[in-house]
Design a protein around this ligand. Structure first.
Ligand code: SAH
Length: 238
């Protein structure tokens, strides 16, 4: 079971997710093995727990099994030369994973992480540097920007893959437009995402080579809401 993937080390966590069938491809396995979760959490002693963990400002780094699920879902769309957009990039962990998946494809496609809490953007850059990715930040292979991810990031569109790390109220046209032909978006959607209540489901949105869009609801989940920064800050008390 997913929540049983907890390990004593990063390698053990990855191995457990492989045994559980959460990580299937070698591309995803390698990216997770190279990206030590300890660089991205606040509580180092809990780095390899298969559970979400607070990173401050009412945000969490998602549970490893959710990251694995997202990476597997987007794997075939993370291709050489295509940009990847990571919305609600939080700790920077998923940006590192997607960068390493792209790198394995032999190219230097760009990963853009967009996060609306400036302090988290700065923290994510520190995390990425601690993870040895300072050159990639300097060279622009990974770019962490501060902004409202509900609007996407048109500057680097279209994207081969879009990952949304917070629950949106709906699948907005702005994001679908920024998806490339042949691209895929992974997005948690809640009917009441603004208030952080209601059932949430992962939707996979695919755009085929002719530009036809197909949406598929895949599973129930629990994410923090994709909301506005002031509202999120007002909820933050810790
Ligand atoms: N993938 C990240 C998920 C962090 S939780 C990780 O695992 O570390 C979701 C993140 O979305 C939070 O950091 C939150 O601040 C951010 N967020 C919420 N609404 C947003 C918005 N409108 N624009 C950009 N980021 C947003």
């Amino acid at each position: 079971m997913a929540w049983r993937s907890t390990g004593a080390t990063n390698a053990e966590l990855v191995a457990n997710m492989q045994s559980a069938g959460l990580i299937k491809s070698s591309c995803v396995a390698q990216a997770f093995a190279q990206t030590d979760r300890a660089h991205y959490v606040k509580e180092h002693s809990r780095a390899y727990e298969d559970a979400p963990s607070s990173i401050g400002y009412s945000a969490t780094i998602s549970a490893p099994h959710m990251h694995a699920y997202a990476a597997e879902s987007l794997q075939s769309s993370i291709r050489q030369g295509k940009a990847v957009l990571d919305i609600g990039s939080g700790s920077g962990y998923t940006a590192a994973i997607f960068h390493r998946m792209l790198e394995r494809e032999g190219g230097h496609g760009k990963v853009v992480g967009i996060e609306h809490i400036r302090e988290l953007v700065e923290q994510s850059k520190r995390n990425l540097k601690a993870d040895g990715l300072a050159p990639q930040l300097e060279q622009g292979h990974i770019q962490m920007v501060c902004g409202d991810g509900r609007l996407g990031w048109p500057e680097d569109a279209p994207y081969g893959a879009i990952h949304v790390g917070a629950a949106a109220p709906n699948i907005t046209e702005a994001l679908v437009q920024q998806l490339d032909k042949g691209g895929k978006m992974f997005i948690p959607v809640s009917e009441d995402a603004v208030l952080g209540r209601g059932d949430q489901y992962i939707w996979e949105v695919e755009k085929d080579e002719q530009g036809v869009v197909r949406k598929r609801k895949v599973m129930g989940v629990m994410y923090v809401p994709l909301t506005d920064a002031e509202r999120q800050r007002s909820l933050y008390t810790i």
